[in-house]
Ligand binder design. Structure first.
Ligand code: HEM
Ligand SMILES: [Cu+2]
Length: 479
């Protein structure tokens, strides 16, 4: 492609994907270090383990959100004119946030976890100072402000072009007599829905972050811990889900290039996205099933909505993908393979998530490695696979066609490593091995070591994807 006629979205997205790719690689290396520590393969001071765990959690969630945001911006830019400066402001605030977060963790010693659960940032037992926690929290706020700007721009453009929120969500088709031909494309429906729920999530997150910050500086300003936990998990659940829902836009836009069949907004598609919009926000109490002080109805709702949440995901994206793939002879290459893997991994990962969302199971499993087990499935084999697929597609012109050679090896290595690594988390969880423990007992070392070996395969494959992408960028620039 000629660089001169490239749309501005594409250089912003390409740079973002490079940054995020490098962050993902570094964070994967930190993950591997944690797993190796748990398996007693290396020795790490527990305080450092928790700093690494915090950096890994925040860094990975941030990288997932960043890749999702780049994908959404890139493809929404095909339909509406977006102001490029807003994206750069978003990226600038994001990077400022990263600096504050890393400073809080590795200079200030903050190790309270990416979930910054009140009052942990303030009560560290001397492990870190309140300024370290404040830096961490300010970093999140900076990223949040960046995202609000970003969604403001996306939201207002969609609203003005597609006839308001209801038009962009394809409500005339979903609930009225609208025709599929008049409905906005899938990308627009997905972008509108994520813009709405993630904006609400971030505003709630910002409110609890600012309350925690004030409490840090003025401890007499009391925060209700249960309310803070509800707000924190509302934000955390919505935010990480939004990154996957943004990344899936790459599937809607890219897979049709390979199958020759456009992905259209059908009535079921529109209905499912409206269901997602609601469900993703009301399902969050599944994170509070152990809080016996929560009203029972909220927990029951968390469980029931957990069951329901799987349906629109599986129905629209996974099922339609199968239909599209069946009737076509898709051309496989690294991009299409990773994108299809992303949908599959996301769907598979929802099963153990739904299991954990059952109150009776949750009582037993919640603080075990079952939990990182399920979310690493839909993050490593889901969101991040889609991000790597998008990256491979961005530099497709500079690469060989077909899924052969090293592309093929790396793809299968990633799948094998990811499956083995996450399965070991699930097995460990089923054996009641707790999560977030820096030090494991010898009975758990074997599982930890097997997991570390699989994790190393993931890191290797990811190293190939990212370096190949960087090389592809260099090539397409010089050609
Ligand atoms: C090679 C790949 C990876 C490895 C080896 C790895 C390893 C780990 C380990 C060992 C933990 C701590 C488990 C425990 O609670 O004891 C963890 C937690 C976590 N990981 Fe990963 N991970 C990887 C990829 C990812 C990816 C791709 C994401 C997200 C996009 C991610 C997000 C998280 C999050 C959010 C936590 C929770 C941190 C917390 O409990 O506060 N990880 N990971
Ligand atoms: Cu959740």
């Amino acid at each position: 492609m000629n660089a001169a006629i490239e749309k501005p979205e594409s250089s912003a997205a390409k740079l973002t994907m490079l940054l995020a790719g490098v962050v993902i690689l570094l964070m994967m290396a930190l993950g591997l270090i944690m797993r190796a520590t748990q398996g007693n393969l290396i020795q790490l001071d527990p305080a450092l383990f928790y700093q690494i765990m915090t950096a890994h959690g925040a860094g990975m969630v941030g990288a997932a959100a960043l890749t999702g945001a780049a994908i959404l911006w890139y493809f929404v830019g095909r339909y509406v004119e977006l102001i490029e400066g807003i994206y750069w402001a978003f990226l600038g605030l994001f990077l400022l946030g990263v600096v504050l977060i890393l400073g809080g963790i590795f200079i200030g010693g903050y190790g309270g976890g990416w979930t910054f659960l009140f009052p942990l940032p303030a009560i560290s037992g001397g492990a870190w100072t309140s300024s370290a926690a404040a830096s961490f929290i300010l970093g999140y706020i900076s990223i949040g402000v960046g995202f609000l700007l970003y969604y403001l721009e996306v939201g207002r453009k969609l609203i003005s072009k597609y006839g308001g929120i209801s038009g962009a969500l394809a409500w005339p088709l979903a609930f009225g007599s609208g025709k599929p031909e008049d409905a906005p494309p899938p990308t627009i429906v997905a972008a509108m829905a994520t813009t709405i729920f993630n904006t609400i999530g971030i505003v709630v997150g910002a409110a609890v972050l600012i309350s925690s910050l004030v409490n840090l500086l003025m401890p007499e300003f009391a925060v209700n811990a249960l309310l803070a936990k509800n707000m924190t998990y509302f934000f955390g659940h919505v935010f990480i889900n939004a990154s996957i829902y943004m990344a899936v836009i790459a599937v809607y836009e890219i897979i049709p290039e390979y199958t020759g069949k456009p992905w259209k907004t059908s009535r079921a598609f529109a209905l499912s996205w409206s269901a997602i919009l609601l469900l993703v926000m009301i399902v969050y109490p599944h994170h509070l099933l152990q809080d016996t002080v929560m009203p029972a109805w909220a927990l029951v709702m968390g469980q029931i909505i957990s069951y329901l949440s799987g349906i629109p995901l599986l129905a629209v994206t996974a099922f339609s993908l199968c239909v599209y793939l069946r009737g076509s002879n898709i051309r496989w290459d690294l991009a299409s393979a990773l994108l299809v893997l992303g949908v599959a991994g996301w769907s598979v990962g929802s099963a153990p998530a739904i299991i954990d969302g059952m109150i009776s199971v949750n009582k037993l499993m919640h603080n075990t490695l079952w939990v990182p087990g399920h979310f690493h499935i839909y993050l490593i084999l889901g969101e991040v696979a889609m991000a790597f697929g998008f990256m491979a597609w961005l530099v497709k012109d500079a690469r060989a066609t077909g899924l052969a050679g090293m592309d093929r090896v790396a793809f299968w290595l990633y799948l094998l490593g990811g499956a083995g690594f996450t399965l070991m988390f699930l097995i460990s969880g089923a054996l009641s091995i707790p999560r977030r423990w820096a030090v494991h007992v010898p009975e758990w070392f074997l599982q930890d070591r097997i997991a570390a070996a699989f994790g190393a395969l993931v890191v290797l494959a990811a190293l190939f994807f990212v370096s190949n992408y960087a090389r592809g960028l260099g090539k397409s620039r010089s050609s």
